[in-house]
Design a protein around this ligand. Sequence first.
Ligand SMILES: [Zn+2]
Length: 304
Amino acid sequence: MNLRLRYPLAALLAAFYLFFAAPLQAQNRVRPIDLPNKWNSLLQGNMPLVISAPHGGLNNLETVPDRTCDDAVTVTDVNTADLAVEIAERLQADHGLTPYLVICNISRKDIDPNRELEAGTCGNEKMQRCWEEFHGLIDGALREAVRQHGFCLYIDLHGHGHTEQRLELGYLLDAKELERFHRTGTLPTEGTSVDRLVRDSIDVTKLLFGPRAFGTLMAEAGFPSVPSRQDPFPQAGQKYFGGGYNTRRYTGPDYPNVFGWQIESNMKGVRDKNGRPLFAAAFSRVVVQMLQEQRGWKVPSAAR
Ligand SMILES: [Zn+2]
């Protein structure tokens, strides 16, 4: 190879390294720690944000019979564990912050940690211990975050296969309640996932439908969401998940300083390989903005 050809090749390799390889090396991979039996993993956080991924597990244990009780739903929310990890990487890279992550690694065929103990484990003793461990991790993370910051945002992260390609944000309101709330401005007095904010006299209409609502800001970033200013409530016939067991449990009376919502995410452009970094970047930016605007939280200077 003569010099004329070799030089552009070297330049090309150098450019490739600078633009692709170097940023990958510079950005630390976030590695949640497996608990001893590898059923669940935890990432220790340093900010008032706990994200759980109950349905992304792929490990179908041979020693545990597949769940069949109570019309068990056993479908995996594909890539939701990876999505949670990429969010953590983005928060670290952009803000020096780490959310707490609680990830269940066991297949939903064996356990559903987003159900009551009995329905979620179909009575299997080993999976009951797995369920208790998963919830013990969320409980510990929320209590520590509240101790350190006075409050905590809880996100239960899922994936849906519905036709409408959008994020479904579950505030423990069904489609009809969302529509009524949007039309009348009247919210059920208790039992939403943002009761904590209602008690603090934050205008929940704005929180769900306003220009600075989580759904509105995510939609502006390229991730259509319901509810949001652009798409306030599901239309008749459209499927919508309004929030499940985990959201109810961790934003309820036992956790008076926790608020949050369930995120049911579509696959294309969100959970797939190309979508995850984009979603993680938008989510990180919007969540930090919301914590600052609505809770007056300041990003610690040491974390920057
Ligand atoms: Zn799910």
